[in-house]
Design a protein around this ligand. Structure first.
Ligand SMILES: CSC[C@@H](O)[C@@H](O)C(=O)COP(=O)(O)O
Length: 381
């Protein structure tokens, strides 16, 4: 079950907005989410008391973005365990809530295997629930650390590629503290550039169909005092042609073993534009977004969204419920093509910045190398 509550004591710092947190009131543990469908108009919390409420929050995009989906999935398993639900059943429901972001199943499986191992070891459901929560907390903490390291590596790369400074960066979708335990992925790099006095402008794509750029990235940029300008997705071409973009920074929902990058629909056209205009196209994502089990871009499942998001003008919080009923902007019965993501081939990606450093050129071998480095770093000394 999910309850809504108006946020009291909203964190007003420019960054570090808590998108998710675990609480243990006397009635039992809950997962508290900042409802992202209501931003930027109001800050409302969703309080989930079971995994099915979290599944609904994931489907409706109240909680979204690859790294945060992983963290939410892990806490969802912990919630099911702590509340005495069937953990395997909850895990499968959570994993299936959205198909493209691989982090969701990475997070769910990590908490589930910690739960299973503790149950085998102790035979105690309570100890197993504690282990699942510890795994979720560890993932949350590691994501914050990865975010800080990606920001540092990303800024170094930007400074190498653009030695003149005064970076004008174009970004797509929302990749900041709303999707992370830390300050995010691509947005964290732009924020690092801003703090270093080297960001001249952040160009923010509004991002169809749910306006994650306009509603969420602009919200985070404003709170951080960054110089930013919002544009429609299809205005990007004229911006490149005018020589106003020095680099593109985006996140990723899944990176296939060959380096193909699935991200919010509209990323691939930006990569094509960037190549034509000789502008670096940089993907920023934690190693957990690389999926060695997906061989190439064609194997990535792309979520398809309902057509009414295109044929009607609908408020995001209404669209999130899956209900049509907005203002029609196309003739009745019009079919719409509305994928949530697209796939950029590795040859269009200048670099992938991970917490282990930048990978460039992007190939199956260079990606496998960074994954191996990450595994070695995680091994106990
Ligand atoms: C760091 S977030 C990377 C991606 O998850 C992000 O760019 C994105 O496409 C999010 O899509 P969404 O549909 O809002 O979950």
């Amino acid at each position: 079950m999910a309850d809504q509550q108006a946020r009291t004591g909203v964190d007003k710092r420019p960054t570090g907005i808590p998108a998710i947190r675990w609480e243990e009131p006397p009635e039992g543990p809950v997962l508290v989410l900042l409802d992202q469908t209501r931003l930027p108009v109001e800050e409302v919390e969703l309080v989930c008391t079971d995994a099915s409420a979290l599944v609904e929050a994931i489907r409706s995009l109240a909680v979204r973005g690859a790294p945060l989906l992983g963290i939410a999935g892990a806490y969802g398993v912990a919630l099911a365990a702590a509340r005495g639900f069937d953990v395997a059943e909850a895990a499968r429901a959570l994993e299936g809530a959205r198909p493209t972001a691989v982090n969701l199943s990475v997070g769910v499986r990590r908490a589930e295997s910690a739960h299973r191992a503790a149950l085998v070891r102790t035979g105690e459901p309570t100890a197993a629930a504690v282990a699942a929560l510890a795994a979720a907390r560890a993932l949350h903490r590691e994501d914050a650390e990865a975010s800080a390291r990606m920001a540092a590596h990303g800024l170094t790369l930007l400074d190498e590629l653009l030695p003149a400074g005064g970076h004008r960066i174009l970004t797509h979708c929302n990749t900041g503290s709303l999707v992370s335990g830390g300050e995010g992925t691509a947005f964290a790099v732009a924020l690092a550039a801003h703090r270093a006095g080297r960001l001249r402008r952040l160009w923010v794509d509004e991002t169809r169909p749910l306006l994650q750029g306009a509603r969420l990235t602009a919200y985070e940029a404003a709170r951080s005092g960054m110089p930013y300008t919002l544009l429609t997705d299809n205005a990007a071409g004229s911006l490149f042609a005018a020589g106003e973009v020095d680099a593109v920074l985006i996140g990723a929902d899944r990176i296939a073993a060959d380096g193909s990058v699935a991200n919010k629909v509209g990323s691939y056209p930006l990569a094509v534009l960037a190549r034509y205009h000789h502008v670096p196209f940089i993907v920023v994502a934690p190693v957990t977004t690389v999926d060695p089990g997906t061989p190439d871009g064609a194997s990535i499942e792309v979520e398809q969204r309902p057509g009414f998001e295109v044929t009607e003008v609908v408020a995001p919080q209404v669209a999130a419920t899956g209900a049509a009923g907005g203002i029609p902007v196309a003739p009745l019965g019009t079919q719409a093509y509305n994928p949530a993501f697209d796939v950029t081939p590795p040859e269009l990606v200048t670099a992938i910045v991970t917490e282990e450093g930048a990978v460039s050129p992007v190939t199956a071998e260079s990606l496998a190398g960074v994954c191996a480095r990450s595994r070695r770093a995680a091994e106990p000394a």
